[in-house]
Design a protein around this ligand. Structure first.
Ligand code: UDP
Length: 334
């Protein structure tokens, strides 16, 4: 039987590289399509790298034709909430125009499944927490808006032509590959857990806790952290469901358990046995106060597998082990 290929745009990035590893473990060949603007070549380890931008429709079509993938996973995107508030045009171009190029190339190639990285940021500040998939969509920032637009595009294209797709709405992706082969690394990092651990080791400066006046018990914002390995597994499962004939669907990928920024700092201190150098500051623009998933659909998708890997201790432990790895030390020095 011919090798079953899956085109993974953004497969050199954080979540995309973990999905590539999970695809290889499940017997697929991940073909990574990435311009390496954010992603890293060292993270492409389970299949070929096709260098290219999702803004380059011709190159996408050419790669799609050359590999004839059975499915496409689209991770390539700009993902930083704060940056999207400052540079909305760049976000709409990359995330909406780029995704549309990937969708049209996938459709032209007749792929049987399209898995899209969406986000809980499409809900904005929800009226009801935990957030179910049917909750109102009211993004607070251009990042969330751009992802919601692509969900609409996917639904419309599916209705018109039949285009089996899954929109996976991530809550906070965190943690690292338990083998520490890959993990989270960006030149410009804004995410809480890697910054906290980098602050502990002194690789980066002390962190600022953004906002201590939220209506949570300790005043800091609450997020639902899900292990990147669970996200990767969910992508493979969603793809296989679609390939098996399940109609298009959208699912929240969270655990249903929220943690405040202070609880994350406390867990980092417990896991590492060291203090987190930090100060407190004002809220960050575009941030919601509490984002926690109704995880019933995610649990149904992943079976009983979701919670153990995604508990906060395991998340911080795997991220800490990754930061202690030889690979991380090497790439951080550049
Ligand atoms: N956060 C913080 N200091 C930082 C980075 C993040 O207090 O240096 C907070 C942020 O305001 C949010 C939570 O940590 O409440 C998670 O932020 P992150 O950027 O990791 O993910 P987001 O929820 O924005 O996708």
């Amino acid at each position: 039987m011919a090798e079953r290929k899956v085109l993974v745009t953004g497969g050199a990035g954080y979540v995309g590289s973990h999905a590539a590893k999970a695809l290889a473990a499940a017997g697929y060949l991940p073909v990574v399509y990435d311009d390496l603007s954010v992603g890293n070549e060292w993270a492409v380890r389970w299949g070929p790298l096709e260098r290219g931008s999702i803004l380059d429709a011709d190159r996408l079509r050419q790669v799609m034709e050359a590999h004839a993938p059975v499915a496409v996973m689209n991770f390539a995107a700009l993902t930083l909430v704060g940056e999207s508030v400052r540079e909305p045009g760049r976000y709409y171009r990359a995330n909406v125009m780029g995704a549309l190029n990937v969708i049209e190339a996938a459709r032209a190639a007749g792929v049987g499944a399209f898995v899209f990285s969406s986000t809980c940021a499409i809900y904005g500040q929800p009226e009801v927490v935990p957030i179910s998939e049917s909750a109102p969509k009211a993004p607070l920032n251009a990042y969330g808006s751009s992802k919601l637009m692509v969900e609409t595009i996917l639904s419309d294209i599916d209705a018109a032509h039949g285009f089996p797709h899954a929109a996976l709405r991530y809550f906070n992706a965190a943690g690292a590959d338990p083998d520490a082969e890959i993990g989270e690394f960006r030149e410009v990092e804004t995410h809480l857990i890697p910054l906290v651990l980098d602050a502990i080791t002194g690789r980066r400066k002390p962190i600022t806790v953004f906002g201590t006046d939220y209506p949570s018990p300790d005043g800091t914002a609450v997020r639902d952290y899900i292990h990147v390995g669970d996200l990767a597994a969910a992508h493979v499962t969603a793809m296989e469901r679609l390939l098996g004939g399940t109609p298009s669907f959208a699912v929240n990928l969270g655990t249903g358990q929220g943690y405040s920024v202070r609880e994350v700092l406390d867990m980092a201190e417990q896991v590492t046995g060291r203090a987190v150098p930090h100060s407190t500051g004002p809220r960050r623009a575009g941030d919601a106060e509490a984002l926690v998933a109704d995880a019933a659909a995610a649990r149904a998708l992943l079976g009983g597998n979701l919670t153990p890997r995604s508990d906060l201790r395991t998340i911080v432990e795997t991220a800490w082990a990754w930061q202690g790895s030889e690979t991380y030390g090497r790439i951080f020095r550049g």
